[in-house]
Structures are given as C-alpha cells and as structure tokens.
Design a protein. Structure first.
Lengths: 193, 114
C-alpha cells in the first residue's frame, strides 16, 4: 500500500514538472508572438500575410487540429477503460488529423516560398515563418511522439508508465491547440482584416 | 487493498475528471467560436476596428473553453498546483507582448519626431 502511494504521488509530481515545461514553452511563444506583433507590417514593399494567405485553407487546417484535440480526448477516455484497441484506434485517428494539419502547413510554406515570399524577403515574412514554423515544429514533434507511443502501447499494453506518457502527450497536444487559437486569430484573421 | 485497483484508472494529476461530456462541449463550443470568427472576417460583417475587437474576444473565450474542457484546469486543492503557474505564464505572456508593442510604438514615435 505504501509503495503504491509513493508511486501515486511521484507520478503526480512528474506530471507537474511536465506542466512547468509547458508553461516555459508558453513564454517562448510569447517572445515570438511579440516579434510578430512588432514586425507584421514591415513587409519591405512586398505583400503582407493578409494578401498571401487563403483564409478558407487555414480554416480547414484549424478544423483538423481541433478535431485531433477531441480524438486525443477519446483516446484518454479509452485508456481509463483499459481498452487498448480503442486507445490505439483513437491515437491513429489523432495522428492522421495532426498529419493533415502539418502537411497543409508545409504545402502553404512551399507554395509561398516558390511564389517569391520566402523568409528572407522581409522582417514580416521572417517573423511569420518563425511563429507559424515553431508551432508546426511542435506539432511535428508531437506526431513523432505519438507514433512512438502507438508502438510502445502495442508492445507493452496499458501499464502505469504508459498512462503517464499518454497524460504528458495529452497536455502537450491540448497546449498546441490553444496556441493555434492565437496564431489563427492574430496572424490569419487579423492579417486579412 | 480493496481500493487499490480503481485508483490509477481515474488518475487525473490535479485536473478535473476527463469526461465525454466535457470533450463534446469543448469541441462544440470551439467549432462554433471558430466558425463565427471565420464568417465575421470572411464576409467582412463589421467595421475594421469592431472586427479586431470581435475576433480578440472570440479567441479569449475559446482559450477559456479549451483550458476548462480539454486541459481541465480547476481551482480545487490539487488543481491549484496547475492553475497558479498557468496564471503566472499568462501574466508573463501579457508583459512580453504588451511591453514589446509599447516600447516599439514609443520608439517609432520618437524616431518620427526628429
């Protein structure tokens, strides 16, 4: 009983530590949001992001990420019920939504770059690629992480360690969706206004 | 030992219990708020300055919805451990972004005056 209690509280402490990491990541995003806010209209005679981005396209991206947040929640609920097959299924669905989000973003970047609006064209474009790219990089790392958990889960099943790992990724994933609300609003919606 | 089996299954680590209804409400409200913001801007339903205010408010509401429904933050005895660093992070975000804009605005203003 006492060893169990020990694991219980040390797990909670570990998750709290991960939470502190996420909060420090918040501060990283604050810095690049600040850079974007200051530089977004310094286009050096080129086009701003409002003229370059397609709002419906980004809207679909947003929907994919939002759906992935929900399906990850379904994976957590299946984990509570110790249903390994269902957890794997929902993680797979989440992975596909996340992958479509990243692929759409990469496609947008490549398109803009080859239209002559690369990160070297102006301060505004540098700030744009840094902000959106850093978020996309986080999502990509999350996908790699999710793939690892899918493999581990099919090997080990739902163990206490796997529960903790799924909780970490869940926090990370929900956090990335929250950051995207502000990317969508500040970069795209306000860009188009 | 009888409680042993059911303890780790509902482990929440200081968040509110994750429930299906919370996720569905979170998804529905987030969808609704995103669609409203998208339509307001896409169809240009308001004047420019009102649009800025409207999408900012919608973003803040969605931020609260997702924090409560997906992250499951709460002010309970254990939840506070997550909530206080979170509030501090939000404060730092405001200082960094607001401070940068303020300083750069002043700098631009002073540069133009001379």
């Amino acid at each position: 009983m006492s060893t169990h209690d020990h694991h219980h509280s040390s797990d909670a402490m570990d998750v709290f530590g991960f939470w502190i990491y996420i909060m420090s990541d918040c501060v990283l995003f604050a810095a690049i949001f600040a850079a974007y806010a200051v530089l977004h209209n310094k286009t050096y005679g080129g086009l701003g992001i409002g003229q370059l981005a397609s709002l419906p396209y980004v809207f679909v991206e947003t929907m994919a990420l939002l759906a992935s947040s929900f399906t990850y929640g379904m994976a957590i609920l299946a984990m509570y019920k110790n249903n390994k097959t269902k957890v794997l299924f929902w993680l797979g669905v989440t992975f596909l939504f996340g992958l479509s989000f990243v692929s759409m973003e990469v496609k947008e970047f490549i398109h803009m770059y080859f239209e002559g609006h690369g990160w070297q064209t102006s301060a505004a474009m540098s700030a744009f690629y840094t902000l959106v790219g850093t978020h996309g990089f986080h999502v990509s790392m999350g996908l790699l992480w999710m793939l690892t958990l899918i493999v581990q889960l099919s090997m080990y099943g739902i163990t206490p360690a796997m529960r903790r790992r799924l909780t970490y990724l869940g926090l990370f994933w929900a956090f990335l969706d929250i950051v995207w609300i502000f990317v969508f609003t500040i970069v795209y919606l306000m860009g188009v206004i | 030992m009888s409680t042993h089996a059911d303890v780790p299954v509902t482990e929440n680590y200081g968040t509110s219990p994750k429930t299906l209804s919370a996720y569905i409400i979170g998804l529905f409200l987030s969808l609704l708020l995103t669609v409203i913001a998208f339509l307001l801007v896409g169809k240009h339903m308001l004047s420019n300055s009102s649009l800025y205010i409207a999408v900012s408010i919608l973003a803040v509401i969605q931020f609260c919805v997702q924090s409560l429904c997906f992250l499951r933050l709460n002010a309970g005895p254990e939840g506070r451990w997550n909530l206080y660093p979170f509030m501090f992070a939000v404060f730092v975000v405001f200082v960094v972004i607001g401070g940068s804009l303020w300083i750069m605005y002043n700098l631009n203003y002073n540069m133009m005056a001379h």
